[in-house]
Design a protein around this ligand. Sequence first.
Ligand SMILES: Cc1ncc(COP(=O)(O)O)c(C=O)c1O
Length: 452
Amino acid sequence: MGTNDLNRRKFMGKLGAGSLAMLTATAMPSHGKHSNGNIDKLAVLGGEPIRKNKAWPQWPYVDEKMVESIVKTTRSGKWSRIDIANGSVATFEKEYAKLLGANYCVGTGSGTQALSTCVEALGIGPGDEVVTSPYTDMGTVSAIITSRALPVLAELDPDSYQLDPYDVEKKITPNTKAIIPVYIGGVPCDIDRIMAIAKKHNLKVIEDSCQAHLASYKGRKLGTIGDLGCFSFQGSKQIACGEGGAIIGNDQALMEQCYTVQNHGTARNGKHVTIGPKYRMNEFEGSILLGQLDTVQERFRIRNENADYLNAKLKDFPGLVPQKRYEGTESAGLYIYALTYHKEHFGNADRSKFLKAIQAEGIGFSGYIANGLHREPWVDHILGLRSYKQMYTANRLKQYKEDMNLPKCDLACSRMVSLWASGTLLGTKQDMDNIIDAIMKVYDNRDKLHSL
Ligand SMILES: Cc1ncc(COP(=O)(O)O)c(C=O)c1O
């Protein structure tokens, strides 16, 4: 056995007394004690899976209150927010702002629309640059290029999958107007340092909190730290309505500008004053969101408790290292539960083999984002557009293309394994123990992974 190898006994020996008690009391029993004696053999090779015919908590979450809320809206015949002054969208906006400790909230039709509205409302457009992460949903970049601004992608800290503030500062040019930090997995990034950089260079900050509902950092909810914060309520998100989004902020004039932009440039007083698409949230979306608000904090608590439990159990296991958290992190949104796969501790087996084996055990780990956004075709597409060639110098665009070399992001993409957390992390302790048991079973069988 090489120096990187750690058998189950040694792994348990390395755990602290508390974790060891937890592990022996819970995670140990199922693995190896099934009657047919086949549980030790990998399921992918014909053994008995750790988890068989056992459903994970249903996602999206649905309860009677949500159903009643949507029925009430359907019967009311008031389906657009402009049909009713204090309808479900307006009420949701008030309640959501209160929940996060923000002064104002504006609903939109998606997280992408929320981000796009902010870019436009801040007056960012052709010729301007915005620094953001390559490790995010395309919606982040889409919001910038929709306004024909230039999305400048900075490097990651490969252990947190979040923006590296040092590289963010390096990517700032005289044309930079804003930073869009992304909270990947709903976990706080190094936002204090990013805010300090923004202040130093007089830049706006739009927090992409699309995965970070209710998460907090140094006493503040994510989304309330920068100038504006954006959320997604797409069906897989922890607060969901199919497609939906929201902007939160404390600056009344800026938030009114956001309202006007998402209302096709029409202010609340009916005057058509500026450029804006029609991105309004509708009353059905508002009502399904409103119907779940009373219970979202409880689900948030359970997800955090389960993530902490898994993190504690994996604390001394070098093969899978939980997403790094920065000092000041108090809780996480947990859209995904993410770990870094270190293949040297799994007999150098590729991540794909680990995933194949653990999925067969009934645990749905996947690789999440396959490629950083710097590797996607939109880069060459915008570089070929007349609008970009007119607004940016040839030298700038040449440098831009050269800067699309982000090896730390590539490393993060190749090593991360994750679980969709909205539903999965609502499971019981036994469900969480199944996850640990499956990891340890695959680990114990790491010499067989090469044959898969
Ligand atoms: C980090 C991040 N930003 C932006 C978005 C875009 O949100 P939506 O899908 O609601 O447009 C998402 C959605 O997955 C996201 O995860």
